[in-house]
Design a protein around this ligand. Structure first.
Ligand SMILES: CC(C)(COP(=O)(O)OP(=O)(O)OC[C@H]1O[C@@H](n2cnc3c(N)ncnc32)[C@H](O)[C@@H]1OP(=O)(O)O)[C@@H](O)C(=O)NCCC(=O)NCCS
Length: 180
């Protein structure tokens, strides 16, 4: 429920507890792959952890800080994408995403993120969309680059994930660039 059509294959759906199990299963199935990307993985052990996470996101959404969505591809939940760190004063927002490994390489995330940029600039009145991704995560960086995001810079050895210090690339797209 509460879906937005992106194209004839993809829909975005506001994450509610009714799809928590689908989202949990994506995280659980992709655990080995995701542990090199995220520090929070060990805190998601069972579906109720995802129910709680969604609840916290909905509370933050009510405060205008975030919007957490599932991606449906041909009707099936295959990933998640979110607006986070929404800053009305600066007119900036960050986008984060995860796609089930089985569905990668089809341009699904690129199309979903393109729609989020459209929402950010045309509906939410944002001026800048930011994507932060690890230097050693070319697939994530490619999503940003393929949509015209520019590399602003790199935060060197910014965080430790799975025992490795990670450089973090900051990509951004401005409203005037999006409209050009
Ligand atoms: C990051 C992640 C979502 C990317 O998934 P993906 O399937 O590669 O992303 P997309 O579906 O958008 O596909 C992008 C690919 O399609 C290509 N592509 C598809 N359609 C395209 C189009 N119309 N125009 C240009 N490029 C297109 C892109 O060039 C890119 O291919 P490449 O990376 O081989 O060059 C996925 O790897 C993932 O979930 N990783 C784990 C979680 C993660 O790292 N999240 C991000 C943390 S910052």
């Amino acid at each position: 429920m509460f879906r937005r059509v992106v194209d004839n294959e993809i829909e975005l759906e506001l994450a509610t507890k009714y799809i928590a199990k689908d989202i949990f299963e994506i995280i659980d199935r992709n655990r080995d792959n995701l542990k090199q990307r995220f520090t929070w993985l060990d805190s998601v052990k069972e579906p109720k952890d995802t129910v709680e996470y969604i609840k916290s996101r909905l509370e933050l959404m009510a405060k205008g800080k975030t919007i957490y969505m599932a991606i449906r591809y041909q009707g099936k939940v295959v990933g998640v994408v979110d607006f986070n760190s929404i800053n009305e004063d600066r007119k900036t927002v960050e986008i984060g995403y995860i796609l089930d490994i089985e569905y990668r390489g089809k341009g699904i995330m690129r199309r979903a993120v393109k729609e989020l940029c459209n929402m950010a600039f045309t509906t939410m009145g944002m001026n800048k969309v930011i994507i932060r991704c690890a230097h050693n995560n070319p697939k994530s960086c490619n999503v940003a680059k393929s949509l015209g995001f520019k590399l602003e810079g790199t935060l060197r050895e910014f965080e430790e994930i799975d025992g490795t210090m990670i450089d973090l690339n900051i990509f951004s797209l401005l409203k005037r660039e999006y409209e050009a």
